[in-house]
Design a binder for this molecule. Structure first.
Ligand SMILES: CC(C)(COP(=O)(O)OP(=O)(O)OC[C@H]1O[C@@H](n2cnc3c(N)ncnc32)[C@H](O)[C@@H]1OP(=O)(O)O)[C@@H](O)C(=O)NCCC(=O)NCCS
Length: 406
């Protein structure tokens, strides 16, 4: 454990579910020694599979690689005393419990700073701890709905929530970035600090492009346009079915809204309709004019796409310099060897689940090679951490275990 740019840094990890665990997984991939604290017997709330009893969820596997696990009942005085000893040993403390939980446990920033003045104390919540919603619990959709995204996603009369946990994984990544920045500041200035990030706040900042139409339209709420172009009524912008018309056999094609863009002309050549090019066909001579005959434009593209698979359309469009993306689902990606070959997907051998292929760290760094390890078994590092790091004897560890403190 602990080889990489963050090697030597220790993280006490009281995270759960996706948001917080993604943060600490990122730190672990980059080499930090991440010690995940879990409830004795049960583990983190996201660990137990509700259907396959006794097994860890695949979600736990994908969000907790490269970590170590210890068990500790933070509500037992002996358990809390152990956690406080660990706070003294680590560089970073990370948590994403419900509002006020850490304070109630006796592990607030002030508590931890009193033990370790240079600690980086990182909290992830649904809402800002300084705002009126500070006591509200939150899962991902709560943040995507209160943080702009749902207001601009979907159809005009039907907001739709995102299909992936943008707020969870996004906020976790933002927290990891902030922790690394705080560690750099500590190196230079010798100070620890508190780092707070709220999922709603992350989503608001992640939605930054929405302020362009907001001001351009005189401060009115931004519209939902399905697969259309949200900033401007232009065509084409759509998602079109392809052969063999399975559930995810679609491509998205968008020709730039900039009137001088050659995208439409290139697409016309590709589709075999040079008579519709901008210099020839007045009705289709600008992106906005094409929007007025959008049904006709979409029908032409639909007819073209229906003759090919999504991969063929994507390839032909790219070669013709037309922006186009096939819908690639998890199965498409898991079975395509290119992602494993370039190290984006990694094959993990998990003791309970066998060989599983999961996404790793998205960046490539020329001086970093990540050694991926499976998520830990519950309490697998108790002996190492309590015995090695805190110096407890076998007998002391057994007594703590017998009374349910660890
Ligand atoms: C996600 C969320 C709604 C879940 O709420 P929840 O199921 O009620 O769980 P909580 O986080 O509130 O924690 C439950 C309890 O476990 C306790 N606990 C946590 N780790 C413990 C441990 N090792 N030993 C003993 N108790 C522990 C907490 O102290 C808390 O007790 P309290 O309710 O008496 O304060 C809430 O944690 C939250 O809003 N988190 C912040 C936002 C977030 O990250 N959401 C997205 C998750 S993907």
């Amino acid at each position: 454990m602990g080889h990489g740019p963050l090697s030597g840094y220790k993280v006490l990890d009281m995270t759960q579910f996706e948001s917080g665990t993604v943060c600490t997984e990122t730190l672990a991939w980059l080499g930090a020694e991440v010690i995940k604290v879990e409830r004795p017997g049960l583990g983190e709330l996201g660990r137990p599979d509700p259907v396959e009893k006794g097994k860890d969820t695949y979600g736990f596997l994908v969000m907790n690689m490269n970590k170590r696990s210890i068990t500790c009942n933070a509500k037992d005085p002996d358990g809390l005393a152990l956690l406080k000893k660990l706070v003294a040993e680590v560089d970073v403390f990370v948590e994403n419990m419900g509002p006020g939980s850490c304070d109630r446990l006796g592990l607030s920033y002030e508590d931890c700073k009193a033990i370790n003045p240079k600690i980086i104390y990182a909290s992830l919540k649904g809402f800002s701890q300084e705002g009126p919603f500070k006591d509200y619990p939150a899962f991902d959709p709560v943040a995507t709905h209160t943080g702009v995204m749902a207001s601009v996603t979907g159809l005009p009369d039907q907001p739709i929530k995102a299909g992936i946990s943008v707020a969870d994984s996004g906020t976790g990544t933002q927290l990891a970035l902030s922790i690394i920045a705080a560690l750099l500041q500590r190196e230079r200035e010798g100070i620890g600090q508190r780092v707070d990030v709220a999922m709603q706040d992350f989503m608001i900042c992640f939605s930054r492009s929405q302020w362009e139409p907001y001001y351009a339209n005189g401060g009115k709420p931004n519209r939902r346009v399905g697969n259309g172009m949200p900033l401007e009524d232009v065509a084409p912008s759509g998602t079109y079915p392809c052969k063999p018309f399975g559930v995810n056999d679609y491509v998205h094609i968008y020709c730039q809204r900039r009137p001088s863009s050659p995208n439409w002309d290139d697409l016309c050549d590709l589709m075999g309709h040079p008579e519709l090019k901008q210099a020839v066909c007045e009705r289709m001579s600008t992106p906005r004019k094409r929007f007025l005959v959008k049904d006709e434009v979409d029908a032409l593209i639909t007819e073209f796409c229906a003759k090919h698979t999504k991969y063929e359309v994507m390839d032909m469009c790219a070669k013709a310099d037309v922006p186009c993306g096939a819908i690639l689902d998890v199965d498409d990606i898991t079975k395509d060897p290119q992602y494993v070959e370039r190290g984006l997907l990694v094959d993990i051998d998990h003791p309970q689940r066998g060989k599983v292929r999961l996404p790793g760290f998205a960046s490539k760094m020329s001086e970093v090679t990540i050694d991926y390890k499976p998520s830990p078994a519950l309490g697998e590092a108790n002996q190492d951490v309590y015995g090695g790091m805190l110096g407890l004897s076998e007998d002391e560890i057994k007594k703590l275990k017998d009374k349910g403190a660890i």
